[in-house]
Ligand binder design. Structure first.
Ligand code: SAM
Length: 249
């Protein structure tokens, strides 16, 4: 299949995600720099909820000796990533559900040095997240890190701070006229003949963004990580609720 076609879809994905997360590239940069600083130049890394591999690709640009397993359960995004990043032999895409027994399917033998993630772990329900962090702790080496860039709300006892943060957060909902948002991107992908089979599988799996409104607070993630056996949890980058959390195993 034509590499240009897949690269085009990856670029279109990045533009769509950038619309929803205006600080996305800054946040990627913070994750990649922290990764290098915590675990050195040639880590073995998991990209959790990788989509088509946007973050993995940026890690490999900065750390060409890294080896990465990009895990996702969306057949459409995996097809785009596998097609667009086929020239990266250190990048292995794995089709697996992070709520299941994904650690048994890893193509790299644990213990691993690090896990990175962006805009993905909020898809997991809070109860699933607790078990998920326990599984993650079991495959990271002592001293290994999780770097998670996502929307992490202020805590329940920080209500006024949270309200102000909500009011002043940049450009939400997106206002760029004519720009392709999440819904429009998926509608366009549905019209792409090369994605028809993957789109069909996605529908059969019922893999969609969750609709329930659970608050993913920083405090909840911190407590779940400590309970799972992580030794230290902190924030290495933040703009309002848009944060990069670090947890050291
Ligand atoms: C908004 S996308 C972000 C993708 C990518 N990290 C990025 O920043 O471009 C969220 C991703 O998480 C994945 N995801 C959500 N729940 C998942 C699960 N239970 N198992 C595996 N992947 C999941 C989705 O399929 C989707 O690719």
């Amino acid at each position: 299949m034509d590499a240009e076609l897949w690269v085009g879809w990856l670029q279109r994905w990045d533009a769509q995600q950038q619309l929803h997360i205006p600080d996305r590239e800054d946040r990627f940069g913070a994750i990649v720099e922290a990764l290098a600083a915590f675990v050195g130049p040639s880590p073995r890394v998991l990209d959790l909820g990788s989509g088509p591999g946007s973050l993995s690709e940026r890690v490999l640009r900065r750390l060409p000796d890294a080896e990465i397993v990009a895990i996702d359960a969306d057949p459409v995004l995996l097809a785009i990533g596998r097609g667009a990043l086929a020239t990266r032999p250190q990048l292995h895409f794995l089709d697996a559900d992070l709520r299941g027994g994904w650690t048994a399917e890893l193509p790299l033998v644990p213990p691993l040095d690090a896990a990175v993630s962006t805009t993905a772990l909020h898809w997991l329900g809070l109860s699933a997240l607790v078990g998920f962090y326990a599984q993650l702790a079991a495959v990271l080496r002592p001293g290994g890190v999780l770097l998670n860039g996502d929307r992490l709300d202020f805590d329940h006892d920080q209500r006024r701070i949270g309200e102000v943060a909500q009011r002043i957060q940049p450009d939400w909902p997106p206002t760029q006229p004519g720009a392709e948002d999440w819904e429009a991107w998926w509608a366009a992908a549905d019209q792409e003949p090369a994605l028809a089979e993957a789109m069909d599988l996605r529908r059969r799996r019922g893999h969609e963004h969750p609709h329930e409104n659970e608050a993913h607070t920083y405090e909840f993630h911190r407590a779940a990580l400590i309970a799972a056996g992580f030794a230290e949890v902190g924030t290495v980058w933040q703009r309002l609720v848009n944060r990069v959390l670090v947890a050291i195993r």
